[in-house]
Design a binder for this molecule. Structure first.
Ligand code: NAD
Ligand code: TYD
Length: 368
């Protein structure tokens, strides 16, 4: 079959990438979707079982740092659009091993950009729209000027939000590597005129997230009645977005975003960690039929993360006002859906928490 477009999605076996791949494979049978992923500890083809046999889908195992392989694939497949999600994504790992983050996130992005640029030039400057997925963590941390929140004790917890023109001020090795990759993408636009777009999104949650990040880690621990390691006092604030709403924004921006632009993605949904953790405990306990408050004693305050950013909060009004995007679920709906998914997918959770990951957990948190 002659496909209308050939789109390369990197990191498609990971958390957000798997939702993006699934969405594109199903919504655009006229597109060929190529998922390129190295399958690190975070990449898992089980995340895509339901679409792996679709005729318009192809998986290709490779490292984005391997320029020749990536370039050959892009030429062979006549790729005319790239959605780049492949990355090392966990802050705690970046504190232990920053080199891997510089390699994949910076050099890997550069290798992909260079391959896309060569293809674009060979095709007389047609296609090869390069969409780079990034994080709000590049902007650094915001202050808490309203620590009590609004009248219901919810966010916003400060007067400032991250906007597209907020200066970059990354603190962790993870955010520093993502900031660097964002700059390379913009440099390719400004230097070569390549059509690129960058989006910076807030914290995602939902099905298929590797249980080292707060929400799936804690759901799994509550399920197993294991301690919940809360960094510091649990006062840090994160702005949470349901992963399918992020995937919907990516779809919209890939098709309608303007070259050279940056869009922030978020749902005005700030939560203090400790409030979110109490809500997770209440939700898991209710769905498992445990008495109210039964697992509150799992909360264990531990040494704070080094350089722990106090508050992230996105102003997504540019995306809302220019392209009409808004989230489709409230946080309560999204969290309930997420908790149910992890409780219903015990086999997936058990598989990804065995082996290498089990060793990592003990190394990070001891045998708690
Ligand atoms: P993830 O860790 O779940 O998945 C990353 C994927 O990239 C995995 O499938 C992994 O195998 C693959 N990968 C890693 N190194 C690779 C390499 N060298 N070559 C090829 N593939 C490689 O990450 P995620 O949470 O889905 O995040 C995806 C993207 O979105 C990242 O770029 C991240 O910075 C960004 N982001 C994440 C969040 C979030 O809350 N998770 C928020 C905003 C932006
Ligand atoms: P995380 O999911 O790692 O995302 P990020 O650091 O990229 O925002 O962490 C979310 C918040 O939860 C962050 O403030 C750190 C905190 N946290 C804990 O308190 N305990 C944990 O075990 C983890 C993983 C995170």
């Amino acid at each position: 079959m002659e496909y209308k477009r050939s789109i390369l999605i990197t990191g498609g076996a990971g958390f957000i990438g798997s939702h993006v791949v699934r969405r594109f494979v199903k919504a655009y049978p006229e597109y060929r979707i190529i998922n390129l992923d190295k399958l690190t500890y975070a990449g898992n083809l089980d995340n895509l079982r339901d679409i792996e046999k679709a005729p318009n889908y192809r998986f290709f195992k490779a490292d984005i740092c391997d320029f020749e392989t990536v370039y050959d694939l892009m030429r062979q497949e006549r790729v005319d659009g790239v959605i780049h999600l492949a990355a090392e994504s966990h802050v705690d790992r970046s504190i232990k091993d920053p080199f891997t983050f510089a390699r994949t996130n910076v050099l890997g992005t550069l290798s992909l950009l260079q391959a896309a640029r060569l293809c674009w030039e060979e095709r007389k400057y047609e296609g090869c729209f390069f969409y780079h997925i990034s994080t709000d963590e590049v902007y650094g941390a915001l202050e808490m000027t309203r620590p009590e929140g609004d009248k219901d004790g919810r966010g916003p917890y400060g007067d400032l939000l991250f906007r597209e023109d907020t200066a970059y001020h990354p603190h962790s090795p993870y955010s520093a590597s993502k900031a660097s990759s964002d700059h390379f993408v913009r440099a390719f636009h400004d230097t070569y005129g390549m059509p690129t777009v960058v989006t910076n999104c807030s914290n995602n949650y939902g099905p298929y997230q590797f249980p080292e990040k707060l929400i799936p880690l804690f759901i799994n621990n509550i399920r197993n009645r294991k301690p919940l390691p809360v960094y510091g006092k649990g006062e840090n604030v994160r702005d949470w977005l349901y992963v399918e709403d992020h995937a919907a924004a990516i779809d919209l921006i890939f098709h309608q975003g303007a070259a050279g632009e940056t869009y922030n993605i978020g749902g005005f949904n700030e939560w203090k960690n400790i409030d979110l953790i109490r809500l997770m405990i209440a939700t898991v306990d209710r769905l498992l039929g445990r008495p109210e408050g039964a697992d509150l004693d799992l909360i264990t305050f531990v040494t704070d993360r080094a350089g722990h950013d106090l508050r992230y909060a996105i102003d997504p009004s540019k995306l809302r006002d220019t392209l009409g995007w808004k989230p489709s679920v409230t946080f309560e709906q999204g969290l309930e859906r997420t908790v149910r998914w992890y409780l219903d997918n015990k086999a997936w959770l058990d598989a990804v928490t065995s082996g290498a990951y089990a060793g990592y957990y003990e190394e990070m948190y001891g045998n708690r």
